[in-house]
Every structure is written in structure tokens, then in C-alpha cells.
Design a binder for this molecule. Sequence first.
Ligand code: PGA
Length: 324
Amino acid sequence: MNSRHNKSYFYLVLTTILSFYACNIFASAAETTPEIFIFDDRESQGNACARVVIEKIKENQIQGKRTVLGFATGSTPIFFYNAFIRMVKEDSIDLSTTITFNLDEYVGLPPNHSESYAYFMEEHLFCELAYPHYPLGFRREHIFLPQGMAKRYADLSTDEQQALKIQFGCTHVEDSLTSEEENWILQFRADQYESLIDTLGPIDIQILGIGTNGHIGFGEPGSSFTGTTMVVNLTENTRRDNARFFDNNIDFVPYQAITMGIGTILKAKSIILMANGANKAAIIAQTLSSPISEQLPATALRQHSSVSFFLDQYSAENLSLCEQ
Ligand code: PGA
């Protein structure tokens, strides 16, 4: 080897060593251990979660700060919402400055569809705690959910109609949008949602469920840990799991959703992941013990400094089998 080769060999070895150490420093600095709380049943789990959220709202109020909450849907958080409603009313908590962002929404379901997440939130929370039903309640203008319906021109806001016109350079005469226009508008909304979270956030507490494939929000396996709000294709596994809400017929389950990205979720100041039922035991154990990987999105939570797992005893039943 001549001296030029010697030199480049030296630099190659040096950069390999440096990048090896850099990777390890980042990997070890980034890895954290979530706090784990195990409850006898879903009721005590929901009560505990509601108490944490209410304490945060009170603490922020004392400091003259508003609270920003990240909400989830699905069967998991229902007991949390029940407890939250009860405790808010018992303590006359003022929610008038509290801002809420939901994780996700199906594409193609209007807000009045009984399985849309807008409908879920109305049914399980806002019908009880939004103003004027509850005078100290959430103000409508502080409630944000991704909007997944963009089939017709009439589904778009005036700003969106304008943006569509600028993008596609035409005046819309057809009522229905082409699939290209629909996709563009959904991504436009996703970007706006992310900006809104950045402007009004950070989210103080983000509530999460978990899918049996390890998804959080609708961040399916393979999602980038730095991903922002986006339109995603739902996996067959997720559509099969959710068919129980659609007359047990997978054909009725939408194929796409608009969801916060894993990166969006990780921007929250603190995160509570809730899980219950024996069907979540395997994924909870894997989330806590498998290598951190984009193939198992919930492992991203092990790179966040303030994450708690609120588990019922059934979803926690495999934990003694895994090293923590
Ligand atoms: P589930 O869904 O609460 O209905 O089990 C959780 C999820 O898919 O995130």
C-alpha cells in the first residue's frame, strides 16, 4: 500500500470507529425505561389516567398556562373518558382554555358516520364536556381532529378549495374530486394539522392505545420514527382487528387513515400508553423487550424521556417473561 492509500485507509478506519461510537452513544443516550403501572381492572386504570390528566390541567392553571391534550380513540380509552367526565364535573374543572388534538381519523368516513373517530369523541367525551352542555367545557374552536373526508368539493373548507384551485389551476365544476385531488387535499390537511400542533403545542399529555401489531395512532409497522402527520394505508392486520366495529365485516373497514406520525407523537411532553386485555399481552411484552425498531412502532416510546404504560393485569401478564 502506498502512502496515499495508507492515508485513505487510516481515514476509513477512523470514520468507521467514530461512527460506531456515535451510533452507540446515540443508541444508549436515547433509550429510556417507561414507567409501568398495572391495574386490576379497566376501571381503576381509567381512573388513574384521568387523575393524572386532571392534575396536569390544575397544575397548568395554577401557573396561568393552558393545557394541550392528545386524545386517542378505540375501545381502550373508554373507561378513561368515563372517569375524566366524572372527575371534571365533581371538581368543576375549567376546560375553557384546554386544547385537544386527536391522533387519527379514517379516510372516507364523514364525521357523522358512527365509526368515524369524530363521532367517537362526540359520543364518549365532547357531548358531555363541550361548551355549552358543560358551561366550563371545551370550546369547539379548541378541539382538533384530522379530517379524513374529501370526496366532494363540498367537503372542503374555503381555504382548501382555494388551495386546490391554486394547485390544480382550475375552477372546480365537478362536485366529486378525482383521486389525485383527494390525495393532495388529505396530505395538505395533514401538513396543516402538524403545523397547528407545532403552533399550539407541545402536547402536555398524549394518550395512546396500541394495536396488536404495535401501531400507535395509525403509525403502522415500518413507519419512520421521525414521521409527521400523514395519510397512511392500513395494514390487513389493523383492518381485521377493527372489523369488530364494522359489523365484523373487513370490507367495510376503510383502507386509509390520516394520522399523527411517530415523530409527532414523540414531540409530546409526556405520553401515557394504555392497554388492556389478554390480546395485548404479547405486543406489550415485545414493545418493552424487543430491539427498538420501526417494524414495531411502539418501541419508539423507549426513546422518549417521559412515558408511562398503564396496563390492566391481563395485558401485563407476559411481562414477567421479559427483561426490563
Ligand atoms: P383498541 O385499539 O383500543 O380498540 O384496542 C387500539 C389501537 O389500535 O391503537
